[in-house]
Design a protein around this ligand. Structure first.
Ligand code: B12
Ligand code: SF4
Length: 499
């Protein structure tokens, strides 16, 4: 008998409001691919529907065993609610399973929603296979770990299931995706480790991974890399994981194997600057020779006081040293920063601007991805402090669906004048990162719109000038041009169907 279908849905996340207009950039749903790998191994036929690319209304709901949703906090919740309602209207008997970081952080609240039959906590590979087996056989789900579900008027919440052995993941079933649409010849994302030993107090890693880092063996990583290079030949590999460099012995083995197997790749990974400084010069050279061209560091703040408060474990001096070393090695360092923490004074913020200047001075090739406004996420150690300081947590799934990363209403303790400064700083600091190449929206690309295109380019040049001179003079008041720019971004995103 042919098995029933399992549809896994990746809903639209793009309503997040901080990224300027970037057309046709999609990110491969790595979580859903990993779930699908395990389902296929058990003989099931998963289908992935990425609604950032395809319209969910064309979904065929005949012979479906269950539908899974992958959900981050924010816009994906609203989208998942809309699609779940669509499915319920057509066939109310199809079980709806929600997984991903949001159900992991708030499993009981998620399971309460009438459009959720089961909320999955943490890694979903084994849990989903077990659930699917129960749905198929009609057996009860009460023996399964890592889930929350309704039992009459109460919510049952089971403990997390044991962590997955990363080496049990094989080559992901990319055939389930319309892979050309993801721009994989340009860059390819893969996941070879999970978790992070860090304990930064704003990060959800503490709740979702319990500070436990685990990674695939070097041989497994090379197997994945060789397959990807042969099949897709991407210009850039991105190790999409919290801390690719957590285990230097693994890093050494991976780099040696990349060189020995003759894999010609360029790659980037995430690291902590103080951790990078503990590597020997030999290892650093090996990393460079194995094709590493970017390392992304979380700078967060230039103020030692703030770095201590958030338990970052990094000093501003570490960032400068790591930047210089990257310069010597010919690797581009990429830093991201944050503003608006409850304890942040004007001096602390100034220290962040100063450390950015020092980073650029130490290595002009260094890039800054932005100074993002702190967002209190549930499950993070300073979430309760944010509530004490006046943050009102969304009260329902629908409200969590409108919760936006970097939104100024998330930091009510910041006085209005400073908020405007944080917003301007976010726009200015992100502008160079996103506009290395000016992207003309299609609407401006036709011959008839030459004049508009000319004005568009001129405005961008003016913004470059404004960003530089405001930054130099530390003058962030009356940000009329940046308000126009942000208004324009919103408009263009809505014209391109994102908002
Ligand atoms: C890649 C990535 C993105 C990509 C998305 C790629 C993709 N297609 O998934 C993009 C660039 C779009 C993105 C955007 C954002 N991201 Co992001 N992102 C990540 C990152 C670095 C890796 C995700 C990943 O691929 N992991 C590997 C896979 C294998 O794991 P996974 O997706 O979690 O899936 C597993 C489980 O969650 C579960 N699961 C997932 N889906 C489902 C579905 C079902 C049915 C089941 C049963 C189980 C299940 O099983 C999977 C396998 O074990 C994570 C950090 C992290 N370590 O996870 C942050 C992370 C998810 N992002 C985060 C944030 C804050 C954002 C942004 C708001 C802004 C920003 N600065 O990045 C935006 C907007 C998102 C939004 N809310 O709308 C936070 C999420 C906080 C939260 N509560 O939502 C994270 C956790 C980073 C952090 N440590 O704080 N992100
Ligand atoms: S180093 Fe990065 S991933 Fe690790 S806990 Fe800190 S913020 Fe989270």
């Amino acid at each position: 008998m042919t098995k029933k279908k399992i549809i896994l849905i990746y809903t639209d996340y793009r309503k997040m409001g901080t990224a300027p207009y970037t057309p046709d950039i999609y990110t491969v749903p790595l979580g859903l691919l990993s779930l699908s790998y395990f389902l296929e191994k058990e003989g099931y036929k998963p289908e992935i529907l990425d609604t950032t690319i395809d319209n969910y209304k064309n979904m065929n709901l005949d012979n479906v065993l269950c539908v899974g949703f992958s959900v981050m906090t924010g816009a994906q919740i609203l989208n998942s609610i809309e699609i779940a309602q669509f499915i319920r209207n057509i066939n109310p008997k199809i079980p709806l399973v929600w997984g991903g970081i949001h159900p992991t952080l708030l499993p009981e609240e998620t399971a309460k929603n009438p459009l959720v039959d089961v909320a999955v906590k943490g890694e979903g590979e084994h849990t989903l296979v077990e659930l699917v087996k129960c749905f198929e056989s009609g057996k009860p789900i009460d023996k399964i770990q890592g889930i929350a579900y309704k039992n009459g008027s109460t919510i049952v919440s089971k403990p997390f299931s044991p962590m997955l052995d990363m080496n049990s993941i094989g080559i992901l079933p990319y055939h389930l995706l319309n892979i050309e649409k993801y721009g994989t010849s340009h860059s390819f994302r893969l996941n070879t480790s999970r978790g992070c030993p860090g304990r930064c107090k704003f990060c959800s890693n503490m709740a979702s991974n319990n500070k436990i880092w685990r990674g695939q063996d070097a041989a497994k990583v090379i197997e994945q890399l060789s397959y990807i290079v042969k099949k897709f030949n991407p210009g850039q590999i991105i190790f999409e994981e919290d801390n690719f460099f957590a285990d230097p012995i693994r890093v050494e083995k991976i780099c040696k194997s990349i060189i020995e197997t003759g894999l010609k790749i360029k790659w980037m990974g995430f690291c902590r600057s103080e951790h990078f400084l503990t590597f020997s010069r030999e290892l650093m050279n090996l990393i460079k020779n194995a094709g590493c061209n970017y390392i992304s560091f979380g700078g967060e703040s230039g103020s030692q006081k703030i770095l201590n408060k958030i338990s970052k474990g990094t000093k501003p001096g570490h960032m400068i040293k790591a930047t210089k070393l990257c310069g010597e090695l010919g690797i581009k360092p990429l830093f991201s920063f944050m503003s608006g923490f409850p304890w942040e004074t004007s001096e602390d913020l100034e220290a962040t601007l100063n450390v950015i200047d020092e980073i650029i001075k130490a290595n002009p090739a260094a890039e800054i991805s932005g100074i993002f406004i702190y967002t209190p996420y549930p499950g993070t150690p300073i979430y309760d402090l944010a509530i004490e300081q006046g943050f009102t947590p969304p009260a329902s799934m629908e409200e969590w669906g409108t919760f936006q990363f970097g939104n100024t209403t998330n930091v009510p303790w910041v006085p209005p004048g400073k908020l405007s400064k944080l917003k301007t700083l976010l726009s200015i600091s992100r502008f160079p990162f996103y506009t290395k190449k000016i992207i003309l929206p299609p609407v401006f690309q036709s011959k008839h719109n030459r004049l508009i295109a000319y004005m568009f380019r001129a405005f961008y040049r003016f913004l470059c000038f404004s960003a530089r001179s405001r930054w130099r003079r530390r003058f962030f008041r009356f940000p009329i041009e940046w308000n126009i720019y942000n208004w324009y971004q919103k408009k263009i995103r809505s014209l391109s169907g994102v908002v």
